[in-house]
Design a protein around this ligand. Structure first.
Ligand code: FAD
Length: 503
């Protein structure tokens, strides 16, 4: 790093990753650091990405963003979970909901008691004991502030939003707080003659932008991290073979559902994401099993509203950059890797990348230890997430469809194999504290897709049968009462977003 009073950070790229990074740097690092963001209107952004997970609420809060203002600016709606349709079997559905699973009854996670109740013949399907699942089934939502002593769990939520509008919103935020934006296409990347670090980038108009630290947010191409520094890429296509997504927005319909739908199709799956002013739709598919034309036809014949644009197909390779931090370049966003949007995690990975960068921001020279720590945490996070997404495909119960048969019988990563075996044998799940999806997510997906443990924890037998029956009934009834008291989600959102609802 330079010895000057201000360290110079250059963010390359102005998509969601670039502007989320710039906004966080603006909030926490300016004026100690000078920050320049370079983006090219000519190249543009990936332009999709609409569903998130609850951590985004914390990101906005950390920036001090007013939620109502954010909703209005990005066309956002609330999201309580994802409905997976046709994954366990063609005619089955389940929800992976945010928030607590069941309620506390003893020492053990709720699903052990549910398993016992199931064997006794009085448990309803698992989703009957999840507050968010019950609320979203009624298309309701409201912020609920819990009073101390209230035994019901909170209602965690995320958003559906237009990621391009979010980037624009954050651009305003970052520019107001001292970030310099430079428009132009980067045509050359220049290295320091002795250290080999990146020293500057040259724009098509000849301007040179110098920096001490570069954040590569240039999207799939990885302009600095791969094209210049050749960090390498771990290709995960063998486990996650989908490599195309065709996207098309359509007009809104009622009700405005507070959840994402992920509907399994012949050789992939279709997303449905309701925003205030439109519905985002896309068909993630595998080019080895289906043509682009057929995938597009399937998508267009399964829209709820009228198409609002021509369908657009994006190509991708699932995997991760072997090192996300090389020399003085940190890759954040698509430049650091990509896992298809089945669990809506890419924007979250931007957030965790930004968090890690802020934690390890060098005061002077960049240390090898900082780089190694960043890379090790990034690798762990992506690999566990990869396993979680593979689980959905592998545990499919669909019959006689080549794509799904292939995935059901594939060789799994050892880490996932062990996890499934342990759950099947004993109901045990031990995600590490660093994992994005904890026990609640894993249990919902495994049970939802038909992986039912052979046994439950022996301590679940301590509770008397009648008490267990009453407890399950009370839990479900309490959640139903709570849900019935909430307003319609669409009506609730429109109160918070006068600008968008007047469009
Ligand atoms: P991009 O949007 O590609 O931005 C790259 C930036 O770099 C642009 O500003 C470009 O102009 C600039 N740039 C590149 N080269 C140069 C150059 N030579 N000179 C100057 N500037 C340059 N995520 C979710 O969380 N939820 C979802 O539901 C979701 N759905 C998705 C669906 C699909 C099909 C895909 C492909 C992705 C999805 N994502 C989703 C991921 C999400 O879209 C991205 O994580 C997010 O948009 C971040 O993209 P990015 O900023 O890394 O890259």
């Amino acid at each position: 790093m330079s010895e000057g009073p201000q360290r110079r950070i250059v963010v390359v790229g102005g998509g969601t990753a670039g502007w989320m990074t710039a906004a966080a740097l603006a909030r926490f690092c300016v004026p100690q650091f000078s920050v320049t963001l370079v983006e090219s209107d000519e190249i543009g952004t990936v332009g999709v990405g609409e569903a998130t997970i609850p951590h985004i609420v914390l990101f906005n809060e950390a920036l001090g963003i007013d939620e109502a203002e954010f909703l209005a600016a990005t066309g956002a709606t609330y999201k309580l979970g994802i409905a997976f349709e046709g994954w366990g079997a063609s005619d089955q559905a389940y929800v992976h909901a945010f928030g607590q699973v069941g309620r506390g009854i003893g020492l053990l996670p709720f699903h052990h008691y549910w398993l016992r109740a199931r064997s006794l013949g009085f448990a309803k399907p698992f989703g009957h004991y999840l507050l968010n699942t019950i609320i979203l089934a009624g298309d309701r939502f409201a912020h609920i502030r819990r009073e101390p002593g209230n035994p019901l769990p909170p209602v965690p939520y995320a958003f559906h939003f237009d990621a391009s509008l979010y980037a624009r919103f954050l651009r305003g935020y970052a520019e107001q707080r001292g970030i310099t934006r430079q428009e132009g296409r980067i045509v050359a990347v220049n290295r320091h003659p002795t250290s080999g670090d990146i020293s500057s980038v040259t724009l098509a108009n000849g301007a040179q932008i110098e920096g001490d630290l570069f954040v590569d947010c240039s999207g799939f191409r990885g302009l600095l991290i791969e094209q210049e520094l050749e960090a390498g890429f771990d290709d995960w296509t063998q486990w996650l073979p989908c490599d195309r997504a065709t996207a098309v927005p359509c007009s809104s319909v009622q009700p405005v559902t507070p959840y994402t739908r992920a509907i399994a199709r012949k050789a992939g799956w279709q997303w449905r994401i309701p925003l205030q002013h439109r519905i985002g739709n896309g068909h993630v598919h595998c080019s080895r099993h289906i043509s682009e034309d057929e995938a597009t036809a399937i998508l267009l014949s399964n829209l709820d509203g009228e198409p609002m644009a021509e369908p657009r197909t994006l190509r991708f390779t699932t995997g991760r950059r072997r090192k996300a931090w090389v020399r003085n370049v940190v890759a954040i966003g698509l430049s650091s890797g990509f896992i298809e949007p089945l669990e809506s995690t890419s924007i979250h990975l931007i957030q965790t990348g930004v968090n890690r960068l802020l934690e390890l921001l060098p005061a002077g020279e960049i240390s090898e230890t900082a780089r190694d720590s960043f890379n090790a945490r990034s690798a762990f996070e992506m690999e566990r997430l990869r396993d979680f997404v593979i689980l959905h495909y592998h545990a499919n119960g669909r019959q006689d469809e080549p794509f799904w048969d292939e995935l059901r019988t594939m060789e799994l990563p050892q880490s996932l194999r062990q996890r499934i075996d342990l759950f099947r044998q004993s109901g045990g799940v031990f995600p590490s504290l660093d994992e994005l999806f904890d026990l609640r997510g894993w249990v919902q997906v495994m049970i939802g897709q038909g992986i039912i443990p052979e046994r439950w924890h022996p301590l679940a037998n301590q509770i008397e049968e009648e008490k267990l029956r009453q407890f399950l009934e009370m839990t479900e009834q309490a959640y139903i009462r709570e849900a019935e008291g909430l307003p319609d989600h669409g009506a609730y959102v429109s109160r918070f977003a006068p600008m968008a609802s007047n469009e």
